[in-house]
Design a protein around this ligand. Structure first.
Ligand SMILES: [Mn+2]
Length: 271
């Protein structure tokens, strides 16, 4: 059985299908782990969700910030805005309940022990060891699947950064932000959620989370998406698989048996 990992899809169904064809994907014998942000911005968010829902037996998705935003619009009380229009067809879909129930049961972090691999959407906070990361992910996954999901999703919109002394809602928000939005840490070790450029274009006072001197998890292969300006990027055993397909870049896949060989499909969307 092949284990395939694919970066941010963001409603780019045509590119996703073409990429799966390039890999000779077989839903009977392959498994696909998506790195989150299945929806929003791109042209076919509803169709992407329907496609993956129909292949539930062989796909999973580590939740991204756009996936959580969709949950906040449906399960939570986050108001719909014009900039959410690319996910409006999901909100209007007759199949909405099934699609949203499927999405809310997806993990924040996934591990493939045979490959010493971890998958997340944005990152793992450098101060967390693997046991902490697992328990943080579990805590949020349980909440999203509980009757408290609405208040968690409605209340998650903050720039709360992680620190050890947090409790309650600030802790929940810091965990969600670390797994789904983090890119850089500042000199005080706080997350900077506004800078989205690649590290070479950014002030030295900001450090990518995976280059932090505090990084506790050193012995795992970590795969993440979310950072489209980073693109196809590797730092030691840490790989970004988001090359901005929705912005006219590429969608990237790897087979965990040969992770150095990136399979790419160029987007048909013009920049
Ligand atoms: Mn994202």
């Amino acid at each position: 059985m092949r284990k395939i990992v694919i970066g941010d899809v963001q409603g780019c169904l045509d590119e996703l299908k073409a990429l799966l064809d390039l890999m000779n994907f077989n839903s009977a014998s392959d498994r696909v782990i998506f790195l989150g942000d299945l929806v929003n911005r791109g042209p076919k968010s509803l169709e992407v969700l329907e496609f993956l829902y129909s292949m539930d037996h062989c796909v999973l998705n580590t939740l991204g910030n756009h996936d959580l935003h969709l949950l906040a619009l449906t399960i939570g009380n986050r108001p719909y805005r014009e900039k959410d229009r690319s996910i409006k067809p999901i909100l209007d879909s007759k199949n909405k309940i099934n699609l949203i129930e499927w999405l809310r049961h997806q993990p924040l972090m996934h591990e493939e022990p045979a490959f010493d691999a971890i998958m997340v959407h944005a990152g793992i906070h450098p101060e967390w060891d693997i046991l902490q990361a697992r328990s943080m992910a579990k805590e949020i996954e349980s909440l999203l699947q509980s009757d408290n999901a609405s208040s968690v999703l409605t209340g998650m919109y903050s720039d709360q950064s992680w620190s050890n002394d947090l409790d309650g809602v600030p802790k929940i928000n810091a965990i969600i932000n670390s797994f789904t939005r983090m890119r850089f840490l500042d000199q005080n070790g706080l997350c900077n959620f506004t800078e989205k450029n690649a590290p070479r274009e950014v002030s030295d006072s900001l450090t990518p989370w995976f280059m932090s001197e505090d990084m506790k998890i050193k012995d795992k292969n970590i795969f993440f998406g979310h950072w489209s300006t980073l693109g196809d990027f590797c730092h030691e055993n840490i790989s970004c698989l988001d090359a901005g397909c929705v912005w006219g870049g590429e969608m990237i896949a790897i087979d965990l048996d040969e992770p150095q060989k990136k399979i790419k499909y160029k987007s048909s969307i013009s920049r």
